[in-house]
Each structure stands twice: as C-alpha cells, then as structure tokens.
Design a protein. Structure first.
Length: 267
C-alpha cells in the first residue's frame, strides 16, 4: 500500500465516497501549473468558459488533453496517483479515463453546480476514483462532497452547466438535483494546500463555491477506473464524448485510448 494513505482512509473512501489525501501531487506542483498554463493558452476542442454575460471573473475548464500536453502525461505516469487509486478502489489495475482542468480566476462568483460525474460518463462500475487537486491554497473555494451520496438508489439528473438544461431525454430515471445545504446533508470539505487531493467516487455528489478571493483557484483533476469498469450506453451523447470509440456495452475500455497506468504485481 502506498504510504500516502492508511487503511482508515480507504475505509472512509468506501463508506463516504470521499476522502482527503494530503500531498498526493506535492512533488509535481510546478509541472501541473505549467501544464495548466499551456492548456489555457492552447485550449482543446472541449474547452469551455462557464460564465453567462455579465457574470464577473472567469471560470475555464477543459478536459482530455493529456496526450497533447506533456506535463499532464508526465504527472499521470510518474506521480503516486495511480497506485493510491488502486488502493482506494481495491483494484489490481488502473486505467486512465481522462484529465480535467478547472480554473476560477479571482472575483468569480459562479459556483460549480452540484452534480455527480457518473451520469455524464459512459463507464459503469464501482471501482473508480477522481482526484481533485488545487494548485493554489484553498479555504472557502474548495471542493465540497456529500458523504454517502455515491450509494444513493437513483443517480442525480445531469445538467448542462451553462444552459442549466437536462443532459438526457429520459430524466425520470434520475432524481432532481438536491440542495445539500438547505437539506442538511453531511458535506465534506477541507482547507487544502497545493498538491493535496480530494479523492471521490464518480457517483459522489459534489460542487464548489465561487472564488471571491483575490487569488486564482487552479485545480487539476484525474479520473481513473479499476478492474470492473465497463462501457455502458447512455440515452444521449456523453461528456466527454470520445467520438468514434467503437466500444460495445459490457466491454472494458480500450487500452489504446485509456491506457493502464498502474498494475499491481502478482503475489
């Protein structure tokens, strides 16, 4: 087991669907920061500006750029993240699903809406983990996760962040987006230093407040899957879409697009 985590943290991740891992990317902060700057100056096809006209600040996000931004690939392959993911998931191997950058510049009042990642994805399986790591100190603008929400019977309705419309046509299969603060749900959030990471399950409800500070809030996220991950069809286009992937329901994710980044030695 990687020394960055304990059995108690693994138990907490399985029970609550979220846990804090201190210093996961502490040796890779400058590399990630350089990758984020490259990403923002050379946005990919999925880059988005998540503010409506008249809203202050800037909320940039982009994903699926590791194959063209060498700093991201270096961190994915050389950091302890994949091994820690295997420990948290209880998986013998770890595949990369995608990278994600989320930047809220100072004075950005826009909150990240409450959502689960799972309904947007074409991946089914319990063994999965997202790492969300700030590249700047965070207090009130940290990630917020609802404890135990990964085990809810119904998934939460996925919506488009800017238009605030339903992502799929058959929204009766989903529960409405709740208001965890108003409903008194247990919300996990931490003050974090650069390189710390929140590890959470794809089905954990999460969001974030705006960034009303005078400092940037740059976050780097890695989405990883384990042994039981299988392709599943959704009722509409997924996010990320990965056009032309050619996979069929029940198949493992193709390794040429979603490489194995950790494999536990036998015995």
């Amino acid at each position: 087991m990687n020394p960055l985590i304990t059995e108690a943290q693994i138990d907490a991740f399985q029970k609550d669907g979220v846990v804090l891992v201190k210093g996961l990317f502490k040796d890779h902060i400058e590399t990630i920061r350089a990758g984020i700057e490259r990403n923002m100056s050379e946005p990919g096809p999925y880059a988005a500006e998540n503010l409506k006209e008249g809203e202050g600040g800037r909320f940039f996000d982009d994903y699926c750029n590791w194959s063209r931004i060498p700093e991201f690939e270096e961190v994915i392959r050389s950091s302890p993240a994949a091994e820690v993911a295997a420990d948290l998931m209880g998986s013998t191997q770890v595949q990369l699903f995608h990278d994600h950058v989320l930047v809220k510049e100072p004075g950005t009042s826009k909150a990240t809406p409450w959502h689960q990642d799972g309904p947007y994805y074409f991946v089914d399986g319990i063994q999965n983990v997202s790492f969300w790591s700030p590249m700047d100190p965070v207090k009130g603008n940290s990630l917020r996760c609802v404890a135990g929400s990964h085990a809810w019977e119904k998934p939460v309705l996925p919506t488009r962040w800017l238009a605030e419309t339903s992502f799929y046509p058959d929204d009766d299969k989903y529960m409405p987006v709740p208001d965890p603060d108003a409903e008194g749900m247990e919300i996990k959030e931490w003050e974090m230093e650069p390189g710390d990471a929140v590890a959470f399950n794809y089905h954990t409800l999460h969001g974030a407040r705006g960034n009303t500070t005078e400092n940037r809030r740059r976050a780097f996220s890695l989405r990883l899957v384990g042994d039981d991950a299988r392709y599943v069809e959704r009722p509409g286009p997924t996010s990320p879409p990965f056009p032309g992937h050619g996979m069929k329901p029940g198949e493992k994710l193709r390794e040429d697009w979603f490489p194995t980044v950790f494999r536990r030695a036998a015995g």
